[in-house]
Design a protein around this ligand. Structure first.
Ligand code: OFO
Length: 167
């Protein structure tokens, strides 16, 4: 495997792992605050990111590349409220999308169509996750600081997420 591509895939392993830990920290924050629906949502997002990371680890190994399991930054653990939490969620997804686009660009430069093809799954996944983050943040922006709105958001978030996934 081309070294540039191998390095980029190892970076991507780190970004997915970082997202997984970040979402776990978000879940834990929400859990502690009594937002059980939001906590469930982020526990499950955290699991998904772990799957994304493992898929990359397996792929690099299959291609006889050298996998580096990375050390991670300590994730942000406290938030002003749900709005900040979901702003960070969207920001994190947009960052990952940017990195994936960069991998795709480099695959084309290096004519690595195999990795390019593999990465298409991530492109689709990012589209869905960004759309989800935007939908949820839009709803929170409508709700503003209304406490009963936050209560309903927490109660309904997993239904909203499921409906969005089935769209
Ligand atoms: Fe890994 O899917 Fe989002 O970040």
């Amino acid at each position: 495997m081309n070294t540039t591509i191998e390095n980029l895939l190892n970076n991507q392993i780190k970004y997915e792992a970082q997202a997984s830990m970040q979402y776990l920290a978000m879940a834990s924050w929400a859990d502690a605050k009594g937002y059980n629906g939001v906590a469930d949502f982020f526990y499950s997002q955290s699991e998904e990111e772990r799957v994304h990371m493992t898929k990359l680890v397996k792929f690099v190994n299959e291609r006889s590349g050298n996998v580096i399991i990375p050390a991670l930054d300590v994730p942000k653990a406290s938030y002003d409220g749900l709005n900040e939490l979901f702003e960070q969620f969207l920001k994190s997804e947009m960052f990952v999308t940017e990195q994936i686009n960069h991998v795709i660009y480099e695959c084309l430069q290096h004519k690595d169509y195999n990795v390019h093809n593999f990465m298409q799954w991530y492109v689709t996944e990012q589209l869905e996750e960004e759309a989800m983050a935007r939908t949820l943040l839009d709803k929170l922006n409508i709700i503003g600081n209304d406490k009963s709105g936050h209560y309903l958001f927490d109660r309904d978030i997993n239904a909203i997420a499921a409906a969005q996934e089935n769209e």
